[in-house]
Design a protein around this ligand. Sequence first.
Ligand code: AMP
Ligand code: MG
Length: 347
Amino acid sequence: MRIYAVKICFRPVTVFIIFFLLPMHPCFCFSASALKGDFAGKTRFMMHTVVEIKVQGINADKAVEDCFYEMDRVNNLLNNYNPESDISRINRNAGFASVKVQKDTIKALELALKYADITGGAFDLTIGPLLKLWGFASEKAGTGVGIIDPDRINAAMKLVNYKALYLTNDGCEAGLEKKGMYIDAGAFSKGFVADCAMKVIKKYGIKNGLIAAGGTVLAIGKNPGGGAWRVGVRHPEKADKFLTVVSLENQAISTSGDYERFYEKNGKKYTHIIDPRTGTPVATVRCVSVIADSAAVSDILSTALFVLGPDRALQVVNSIEFVEAMIVTTSGRIFTSGGWPAKKIFY
Ligand code: AMP
Ligand code: MG
């Protein structure tokens, strides 16, 4: 992926603006005026996206390094494109046996299963067979398969069922009941990895910092200007414009968009988020942003609410504490939950 711009502008005195993500990406962050104390920041390409970490503290440089190390470690457990990952080992043994996995893998799976239940299966981490069918099962964008025979969709749907993922042996092992089942961690791994990295930052006693991984941004404390971290959400159609800007207070925001991975066939857009209940790519939602107190939860829910559509999505959001959401439909309607913080939305 090409990096269009990293750090467009840096004025250290009173106006301190940092744009650190690709214009292609769903979130941008910036801060204003200067806070005393050094911020260390680094950007790396990992998890198929640009990851930026910024922290303030005595050991800020070391913390950032350890943070990236932790992100690599946890991502290597969850990445289903890495044949050595725990998830890949579970997938290879589907229908055959459970496999021993790391504690962090179990934690991620437990969280994903919890929200699969909460969202009535709209979020289903075993979505892999449907992603493969629709041409979204490689690290590249979709391959443009277009219309698919309903029998093939039904056959793939029979292999998508989070309830057939089991944890066993005192929560040390995980397995899939049927051969052909496949866990895809794309909807939650970045968020989970960001939460793990934030724990590392906190171990350093750091109070102010930010981790941004593609469409997920997790912030603690204040920005370099001493104010709340402010994150701009990308406009779904105009990559260089903001849809809105939100302030984060020890929170995370994740955005899922139909512009991230998609292809067009005969004038129809096919996006990478699949409704497990119909077996087809969601065609009615343009983007969803979710604010939550953990990056994993905001990441999971942004994908889940994308599938649910605005009405059901808002019901689900209202049933969960500390979660807010904004949903934009393909017809251009904007829905926000009661506590959504940004009043100005420029669609
Ligand atoms: P995100 O950008 O966080 O919304 O994640 C999108 C990714 O989630 C897709 O590229 C797939 O890997 C995966 N995915 C697609 N549909 C679903 C679904 N219904 N439940 C869980 N994961 C999904
Ligand atoms: Mg997600």
